[in-house]
Design a protein around this ligand. Structure first.
Ligand code: AMP
Ligand code: MG
Length: 300
């Protein structure tokens, strides 16, 4: 599949009403793969993923050498949607020096004493790097919206409790924050890994049944699963309000892990390639120094 098609398929256009039900978690390139046997599909997926990683590695090395832009990858999803596996896959293709991952859990007391964006700003990627946020400031309009008690001391003094206006203010702040980053050289790519309720059940059961996966299970996952519809409503509102021209959302099918990984790697690679990156030029003076150094070393 051509990259541009993929990107158009999954990117959420700004300003339009966004509906999650228009996105199929089980999508898997059916046209191209139809008629192929299961092994052939697996083989094809492996090839796609390998090609993806090679392209990504090349793009990242140019990003690093060019040293003007940073890339921020935001991953959001329900539990067991494949965030960790996707990060592992994408990271396996890049130079670790040019990439950083930050995972965000429940905020600490110190973090709650600041504005909701504070803890994330401290982890933003520097120029030349790819920064991956495994959960992000979007949790502050997702889990916090599903459990409004979590707002705690972060409620503005003039507000009595988090209502519609409170969430709209947060979307607006997020959009402004992201625009600030983009204007200053950060490319922002936001992914919602869209897993179905059935597939999540299957994966959670697997975590319970297979001893080597037990550690991944947390009783909290079941509690949150109980709020599935509230989460979907919160995702729908948040994605609709914050998919902007400068920082678009991608809703990625997540019932097939290889699809998720291929799409994320594709979008990241294409975005980096779309920048006007170049290896730094060697000036005549630098060229002279290099020539002298080479002559000196060769003569040793
Ligand atoms: P996991 O990523 O599965 O290790 O879980 C991290 C947990 O931290 C999830 O249940 C998140 O919902 C929760 N979390 C992340 N960010 C926030 C936040 N800003 N406020 C409250 N809970 C959060
Ligand atoms: Mg978890």
């Amino acid at each position: 599949m051509i990259r541009k098609d993929i990107i158009d398929l999954f990117r959420v256009p700004p300003g339009k009403k966004f509906r999650l039900k228009d996105h199929n978690p089980g999508w898997k390139q059916t046209d191209e793969l139809e008629g192929l046997g299961k092994d052939a599909v697996k083989e094809r997926a492996k090839e796609t993923l390998e090609r993806n990683l090679a392209d990504l590695a090349e793009a990242q090395s140019l990003l690093y050498a060019d040293d003007r832009y940073a890339v921020l990858v935001v991953l959001q999803a329900m539990d067991a949607a494949g965030k960790d596996g996707t990060i592992k896959h994408v990271m396996s293709g890049v130079n670790p020096q040019g990439c950083q991952v930050f995972s965000f859990k429940k905020p600490s007391a110190e973090e709650l004493d600041h504005t909701f964006l504070w803890r994330y700003t401290r982890c933003l990627p520097e120029r030349g790097r790819i920064g991956i946020f495994n959960r992000s400031y979007y949790e502050d309009v997702l889990v916090v919206k599903v459990h409004p008690g979590l707002v705690g001391r972060q409620l503005p003094r003039e507000k009595e409790k988090p209502g519609k206006a409170f969430w709209e203010d947060r979307y607006e702040d997020i959009n402004a924050f992201e625009r600030h980053l983009v204007r200053n050289g950060t490319v922002i790519l936001k992914f919602f890994l869209n897993v179905s309720e059935d597939e999540q059940k299957r994966r959670l059961l697997e975590r319970l049944q297979r001893p080597e996966k037990n550690w991944k299970f947390s009783p909290a996952d079941l509690a949150e699963r109980g709020h599935w519809d509230d989460y979907m409503a919160a995702y729908e509102d948040a994605i609709g309000a914050t998919s902007t021209g400068w920082a678009p959302w991608y809703v990625v099918p997540a019932d097939h892990k290889w699809v998720t990984r291929a799409v994320v790697a594709d979008v990241v690679t294409t975005a980096i390639r779309g920048l006007d990156l170049k290896y730094p030029d060697v000036t005549p003076d630098q060229r002279k120094l290099l020539d002298e150094a080479r002559a000196k070393l060769a003569a040793e």
